[in-house]
Ligand binder design. Structure first.
Ligand code: M6R
Length: 609
């Protein structure tokens, strides 16, 4: 939902800003722009398109000045035009701003400002802030910003420049993420850590209604009324190389290949000597955990699919009743939450507006919140009682891949932990499950290094218009995720269904043009039934592509294509089955000439409701 980066220091700002924008591009890529101050003049370069395209046609990365702000846009108000791209400038041309969020009272403010003769150049909500700053400016941009923010309603992460004060960069936040990066004789603002990881690992997280004034040597944070706030400096553990492509053509492919490492790191220190060790991380006492009678999981998109798999794990092994809710729907139906309910929020970014709103609703009803988060210091983490991190590292590709499998891993170990606590599984059983879990990274490695069949299938079916993804039990959410991956990066219409539901409707769609991807590892539960579903598809001329267990000869006879995964336990096999689905989506997108890292209309982190 738009990316912001700002710089003040001794170096030329523009190259740093362009480099940062490229790392933030996953947040929005319909247009982008930069503003710097040079010789007490505001300079602005902006255009529509992706950063590389804009770099080719403007002076973008060559602007002079040691202070600047920049923005990549995912439009909400106003079409994708050069005028609507950020930065926006006031009438005097002395103030420029970048904004991520939505100004809810922008129509009233605009009307008021037009009456005062302000001239608007764009159709964005953001531009009102530039004119409001101008209206309030009396030689002190910090003061003007404070007054303007008191008039604004809505969400914002803001970067502000004023040419009369070329040694100060102003930042402010309400409900949209913004961090401050502390360097040596240079300081930064950014929407997210990867944008500045190359320059500093010292971070301050701005909270709602906080403002910051940055000079090259100093950063001070105040609340909206001007009261100084003493902020904690966090040290980021992520390695800056994790935010690079590392020789892969796309972040998506790199991140798919990172999964064995990400899973190993997510397990490290948590499963040892046949035990799951989460007590120190979970900020809830054993007594509180034992009191849990029911779990409600809230999430969106891919994280919601992880939640569905988590429901299966928790009910099957820990015997706790679980309900999974779309975070966006949760607060609109007066959910029943009591003191026996634990609410789990799952989010890669920790910034998804709907998930944040859902946990706020749950907190109002006195629920305890446990979140499963990838980005440390995120808003959801800060509003939760307890957090379990997925150690996936920065996920830059818009399509979630390594975040999903590490979420499944955290859900699995949380399940084992709760099973031990509630004695639904004995020690020996848990030990055995952990041994099999430990095998996953190596098994994934083998899968990743053997993707010939998947490339072949992608090439054959790349031009199809529709696809179905079917699975049963824990493989149903995996099928949903396979369908989501394909549709978001290749724009092929894809649906995920529980395999048995096919005959209640979707079967009407089956013909010789329809590839049907079955997630069907061998198990004692539903495998035989899925074989029947494959027959049903074949009988109607459909194409069966089956993800099957390595020694499954039966499948070879029935399927048009079999993609084999190594043998593991039922639930753990479903985690392995994710890999071919991700690779299939990736190769289809690339074969169609699309950029899987920047699917149209999408943004990595949806910070508006
Ligand atoms: O950061 P979150 O996990 O809260 O994000 C939730 C969804 O927006 C996200 O999973 C989205 O569906 C991705 N595009 C999936 O690839």
């Amino acid at each position: 939902m738009c990316g912001i980066i700002g710089y003040i220091g001794k170096s030329k700002a523009a190259p740093i800003l362009v480099d940062g924008l490229k790392r933030l591009e996953y947040r929005g890529y319909d247009s982008a722009g930069i503003s710097t101050i040079n010789n007490r003049n505001i300079i602005v370069e902006k255009d529509i398109g992706k950063i590389n395209e804009i770099e080719g046609k403007t002076n973008f990365s060559k602007l002079d000045g040691n202070i600047g702000i920049s923005h990549c846009r995912w439009g909400t108000h106003g079409k994708i035009t050069r005028e609507n791209a950020h930065p926006h400038v006031d009438c005097s041309g002395k103030i420029s701003i970048v904004h991520n969020g939505i100004i809810e009272n922008f129509s009233e403010l605009k009307e008021m400002l037009i009456k005062k003769d302000h001239k608007f150049k764009s159709l964005t909500d953001t531009e009102v802030i530039a004119h409001l700053l101008e209206e309030n400016y009396n030689g002190d941009i910090e003061q003007a910003a404070r007054k303007a923010l008191q008039q604004i309603e809505g969400s914002y992460a803001l970067g502000i420049l004023c040419s009369d004060e070329p040694n100060r960069l102003i930042a402010a936040r309400n409900e949209s993420p913004l961090i401050l990066g502390l360097g040596k004789n240079e300081n930064f603002i950014a929407s997210d850590v990867p944008a500045i990881l190359k320059y500093t690992k010292k971070i301050i997280y701005l909270e709602n209604n906080e403002m910051a004034v940055l000079t090259d040597k100093n950063v001070s944070v105040k609340d909206i009324n001007g009261k100084v706030i003493d902020k904690k400096i966090h040290k980021i553990e992520w390695n800056s190389e994790l935010a690079e492509k590392g020789g892969f053509e796309h972040y998506m492919l790199k991140e798919i290949h990172e999964q064995p490492r990400a899973i190993t790191e997510t397990l490290n220190g948590r499963v040892e000597n046949g035990n799951v060790n989460l007590s120190e991380e979970i900020n809830l006492s054993e007594q509180e955990l034992r009191k849990i009678k029911r779990i409600v999981i809230v999430a969106c998109g891919t994280s919601w699919h992880a939640a569905l798999a988590g429901e299966f794990m928790l009910e099957e092994l820990a015997k706790i009743p679980v309900e999974v809710e779309y975070a966006s729907e949760f607060r609109y139906r007066n959910p029943i939450i009591d003191e026996g309910t634990l609410v789990i929020a799952i989010s890669q970014s920790g910034e998804t507006a709907d998930t944040l709103a859902a946990i706020r609703e749950a907190k109002e009803k006195n629920a305890k919140i446990l979140s499963i988060i990838n980005v440390k210091g995120s808003s959801i983490e800060r509003e939760s009682d307890s957090v379990l991190y997925t150690y996936a590292g920065p996920e830059i590709g818009v399509a979630s891949t390594k975040a999903f499998t590490t979420q499944l891993i955290v859900l699995y170990i949380f399940t084992l932990f709760m099973s031990g606590l509630r004695k639904t599984l004995d020690k020996e059983k848990i030990k055995g499950l952990i041994e099999r879990l430990r095998k996953l990274p190596l098994q994934m490695d083998a899968l990743l290094n053997n993707d010939e069949e998947i490339r072949k299938i992608a090439d054959i079916y790349k031009s199809r218009k529709n696809a179905l993804f079917l699975g049963r039990g824990v493989n149903f959410p995996i099928a949903l995720e396979g369908a989501l991956k394909l549709k978001e990066v290749s724009y092929i219409h894809a649906e995920g269904y529980p395999a048995a539901e096919m005959k209640h409707g979707p079967i009407a769609l089956i013909d010789k043009e329809m590839p049907v991807v079955f997630v069907a590892p061998k198990d004692i539960y539903t495998y035989k039934k899925v074989l029947g579903n494959i027959e049903e598809v074949k009988a109607r001329g459909g194409i069966a592509i089956v993800i099957a267990t390595e020694d499954d000869k039966e499948i070879k006879k029935k399927a048009d294509h079999a993609i084999y995964i190594p043998k593991n336990l039922y639930t753990l096999s479903s985690i392995l089955a994710v890999i071919p689905l991700q690779l299939l989506a990736y190769y289809v997108a690339v074969d169609r000439g699309l950029d899987p890292d920047k699917p149209r209309n999408l943004s990595k982190s949806v910070t508006v409701e």
